[in-house]
Design a protein around this ligand. Structure first.
Ligand code: FAD
Length: 320
């Protein structure tokens, strides 16, 4: 049997989460004795198979078809279900990205198998896979086993380390019927700007209601420029119309795990922590010494962000 990673590509480039999923797949394959395979779906993407080979895959199955150029959940889920029917893998891994969050449940329903979403750890012990997934907005960690023969899981981005390794790396074409499209993509609007994407960013500077208005985000952007960071937001700032929803971090926004998360003027409500609590280092800047953000922060700065952030930017410039 095998472990299959559903590769995620956008506009002909593989997403970082794919390498995280492959590295995790490799570790699990070594523990369970399964082979590691990658499934690459799209149009004009066959050339990406070489990049996947760097992560120890035994085989890359490519479905390269003009009908799969624009991602639609219906078509991709049908391809996945057909591949799973042929391959009968023990485990299928996806990124917990917008792509994986939509595709994995559909594919699991088609295959009629169990799915654990937003995993922060997966191990193989005593002949079975063990999945860890945060519950109650991150207040507790649930441990799961899934009855086989097929299991599916989505992986929280930036949590699983990337490790390159050698593998046989054979490339095969997987031929299957593509169902007639129920949905047609008529256009795609990408967020503007050249900042890193939130879920892939190493550093995130986020702002909340404490910024006092949309103008306050200029300070956050200046800090993000000094750190080469992405800009995030609490829901209060999004609801107030200061920031677009794509920037929202939290239970009803994006789940992020950067190496450094700087929260300015954010109280640290449980719903916000649900989206950033697994960040490696958390810095809180808040004028209220009792703010909940200080309960999770590795470094806390108590004071007015309008004074602290400019001083911090000045210091960062000196250091550079
Ligand atoms: C079902 C549900 C889902 C939700 N999902 C999300 C979600 O995904 N993401 C999310 O963020 N929230 C979410 N919320 C909302 C959440 O409960 C909070 O209301 C929200 O996170 C508060 O945002 P905030 O911290 O920016 O604002 P506040 O809680 O108002 O905090 C503002 C902070 O700024 C500080 N401050 C003010 N002025 C300054 C200054 N000059 N200098 C320094 N500090 C200052 C204050 O001391 C305060 O701590 C959700 C709520 C519900 C019910």
């Amino acid at each position: 049997m095998s472990i299959v990673v559903c590769a995620e590509q956008r506009d002909g480039s593989l997403r970082k989460i794919t390498f995280e999923a492959l590295s995790t797949g490799k570790r699990l394959a070594e523990a369970s004795g399964e082979t590691l395979k990658a499934l690459l779906i799209g149009n004009g993407i066959a050339g990406l198979a070489d990049e996947l080979k760097k992560y120890g895959v035994d085989e890359v199955a490519v479905v390269d078809n003009a009908a799969l150029g624009a991602y639609t959940a219906d078509a991709y889920a049908a391809v996945l279900a057909a591949y799973v029917a042929q391959e009968n893998p023990a485990l299928v891994l996806f990124g917990h990205s917008s792509f994986g969050k939509e595709l994995a449940p559909r594919a699991a329903a088609k295959v009629d198998c169990g799915l654990v979403s937003d995993c922060i750890d997966i191990n193989f012990a005593d002949g079975d896979y063990l999945f860890k997934h945060p519950v109650y907005a991150g207040k507790a960690i649930g441990n799961y086993k899934v009855a086989g023969p097929v299991r599916m899981a989505t992986l929280r981005p930036n949590v699983f380390p990337i490790v390159e390794s050698a593998g046989a790396g054979a490339v095969v074409n997987f031929a299957t019927d593509i169902p007639a499209a129920k949905v047609t993509v008529t256009g795609t609007m990408m967020a503007s700007g050249d900042r890193p994407e939130l879920t892939e960013a190493d550093i995130i500077c986020s702002g909340g209601r404490g910024l006092g208005g949309p103008e306050g985000f200029k300070l956050i952007e200046a800090l993000a420029d000094a750190l080469g960071a992405a800009v995030g937001s609490s829901r209060a700032a999004v609801d107030a119309g200061w920031r677009e929803h794509a920037a929202q971090v939290g239970q009803t926004g994006k789940v992020v795990s950067p190496n450094l998360y700087v929260a300015s003027g954010i109280s640290g409500a449980i719903q916000h922590l649900a989206g950033m609590g697994s960040s490696k280092v958390i810095v809180g800047i808040n004028k209220d010494g009792e703010a909940n953000i200080f309960n999770v922060a590795d470094y806390g700065v108590e004071g007015d962000l309008n004074k602290i952030i400019p001083a911090l930017i000045e210091k960062l410039k000196e250091l550079q």
